[in-house]
Design a protein around this ligand. Structure first.
Ligand code: 2RA
Length: 350
């Protein structure tokens, strides 16, 4: 008898968690409990053909729970994941509250599944979606060639900023569509303002017909929180505390699926054919790399998909032992709900 709880069940990622559970041929759970804020309590959601009532977050909500998957704001996780643990559950947390805690493993099952079983605080963290979108590919290459340096640029979807981000992008697109704007400085912003959208935006600049070189919040030295997460989380997941990492995180007008352009340098020699073999051997990667036939991954082809898509694999011309490639991963699935659920599956498997 194993009880799984979804905390944040009514949110964007919580809904994807339910979709993933629905799509599994079989599940190891005897009960699935849906937990959310008191505002959502009482709603009924269908999971594997059964109507389940959402219960309000409270200590009692964790009674009898074995594994609790959290997708809630950092402060809510910081407060409630330890409560779940005190009630006997293992918390699998998709917030930023515990990711860099040395006593909390940060797990991507195809890279470091074993670490899920060493959890002094009873909590396992799920990485940020930007890091996660490239981690299956990087983990596989690291095993083969030994990763030494990493330079990445992200192309992050609006849904990384939650439902508010999705709504804002859709409203901006509606505001500029058919207006013929984009030829004159400021005309995109004017069209958005004329449509009555508030000047405050989760993206700090127009996202429709634009790209925004800023995601997350500002930190020391001009780096953003997203860029530091890519650096710190990659080091922790790969077990490479001194890995050299430089990241630039950019928001693009895509609803869902983060992409990254990766420039990775290894200890040993690399070539495209061997890298292709490494990617092909990793079940969670789909290789789409036929540049002559104009076949490469794009976020529009990857949204709703579980695997990470990899393409444009090139041996760097001027950097020894270095590959350049492009990856796309659905930020709500592998980037959030799917990896969290795969951790829960790993925990129950042992
Ligand atoms: C973003 N990675 O894309 C963040 C969400 N956790 O905004």
């Amino acid at each position: 008898m194993t009880t799984l709880a979804i905390v944040g069940a009514t949110g964007a990622v919580g809904s994807v968690m339910i979709d993933i559970i629905d799509a599994r041929e079989s599940v190891p759970w005897s009960e699935i409990r849906l937990i959310a804020s008191p505002r959502s309590a009482g709603k009924r959601l269908r999971v594997r053909g059964e109507d389940i009532e959402v219960v309000a977050l409270s200590p009692e909500a964790f009674d009898g729970v074995d594994i609790a998957m959290f997708d809630v704001p950092d402060a809510v996780s910081a407060q409630w994941a330890p409560v779940a643990v005190s009630k006997g559950a293992i918390a699998v947390d998709n917030s930023g509250a515990f990711r860099m805690d040395p006593e909390v493993p940060l797990v991507v099952p195809e890279v470091n599944a074993d670490q899920a079983h060493e959890r002094p605080k009873g909590i396992v963290s799920n990485p940020n979606c930007t890091t996660l979108s490239m981690m299956a590919a990087l983990g596989a290459l690291h095993r083969a060639f030994g990763l030494r340096e990493l330079v990445v640029a992200s192309y992050q979807a609006a849904s990384g900023a939650g439902q508010e981000g999705i709504d804002r992008l859709q409203q901006e697109i509606a505001a500029v569509a058919g207006k013929g704007v984009g030829h004159r400085r400021g005309d995109v912003a004017e069209a958005i303002a004329s449509a009555g959208l508030p000047p405050e935006s989760p993206f700090n600049a127009p996202l429709a017909l634009n790209v925004v070189p800023f995601a997350g919040s500002i930190r020391d030295g001009g780096w953003t929180s997203e860029e530091l997460k890519v650096r710190n989380e990659s080091r922790k997941i790969l077990g490479l505390p001194d890995l050299k990492v430089s990241a630039t995180c950019v928001r693009v007008p895509v609803v869902t699926t983060h992409s990254l352009s990766v420039h990775a340098t290894f200890d040993s020699e690399v070539d495209v054919a061997t890298a292709h073999q490494v990617f092909a051997a990793q079940p969670s990667i789909v290789l789409v790399d036929e540049p002559e036939a104009k076949r490469f991954p794009t976020p529009a082809d990857v949204v709703g998909e579980d695997p990470t898509y990899v393409g444009r694999v090139r041996q760097a011309l001027d950097f020894p032992n270095t590959l350049d490639f492009f990856v796309c991963g659905d930020n709500l699935r592998k980037g959030a709900a799917l990896n969290t659920y795969e951790i829960a599956e790993e925990l129950v498997r042992r």
